[in-house]
Design a protein around this ligand. Sequence first.
Ligand SMILES: NC(=O)c1ccc[n+]([C@@H]2O[C@H](COP(=O)([O-])OP(=O)(O)OC[C@H]3O[C@@H](n4cnc5c(N)ncnc54)[C@H](O)[C@@H]3O)[C@@H](O)[C@H]2O)c1
Length: 243
Amino acid sequence: MNLAGQTAIVTGGSRGIGRAICKALAKQGARVGFCHADDPKAVDTLAEISALSEGFSFACDVSSETEVAAFFASSEQALGLPTILVNNAGILKESPLTKTAVLDFDRVIAVNLRGAFLASRAFVRSSKSGRIIFIASDLGVLGREGMVAYCASKGAIISMTRCLAHEFAPDILVNAVAPGSIATDMTSPDSMSPEALAKDLATPLARFGEPEEIASMVSYLAGPDSKFITGQCFGVNGGSVMQ
Ligand SMILES: NC(=O)c1ccc[n+]([C@@H]2O[C@H](COP(=O)([O-])OP(=O)(O)OC[C@H]3O[C@@H](n4cnc5c(N)ncnc54)[C@H](O)[C@@H]3O)[C@@H](O)[C@H]2O)c1
């Protein structure tokens, strides 16, 4: 129970990677407040967290300043001041550059990047120590055709990690996890083209990762064994990026 007595906030915690992160942190004893985009799966996720620890769920849009403020205020009232923030909420929309509408580009940046900025700012305004963990992507390093907004947002998340690591040392340690392809709704055949899915498998380990394989790295970065680590981006990616 490495995180007993701590409170974590996870954005986009209702399903997929976020849900696995919420459960991993709750298993370590943390109280966990998560938000989601009005996702019916949040009900089951909250029940699973509550079986392990204390939980709190809130529907909001992370790209909205007022909604993020309301999420943090409600979570603090329910679970106390957070000591861990996981910026996980994200969306992906495939389209070639010439067919990408400005509104679609802006929406991906607003959720993936502005959302992480708003939640991080809300966190550091109230919490003076702890951990911030960003969920980036291997595609933020590699880039990929047809995913300009997504890759740009994730590259920027890696930069934001380094900025905040500088700005809040030594009180708040800030790191990122950059997953490779993970089996979630985001990588289902309904959400991604066959070409993109084939590329996802073209890695040394040649398989999709499981959400729990990301959650265990997040759990380590949130815990006491990582206290000499800040400003880093950890690839959990089956070898898609080697550095
Ligand atoms: N699945 C992958 O292969 C993969 C790979 C690399 C990085 N990632 C990143 O991991 C994170 C989680 O991805 P996932 O695969 O679990 O996705 P998912 O689609 O399964 O879950 C996304 C979560 O984010 C929430 N969300 C979406 N838009 C939101 C908004 N505007 N406001 C609040 N919450 C919102 C959803 O409700 C949900 O809880 C994302 O940042 C994604 O970019 C995923």
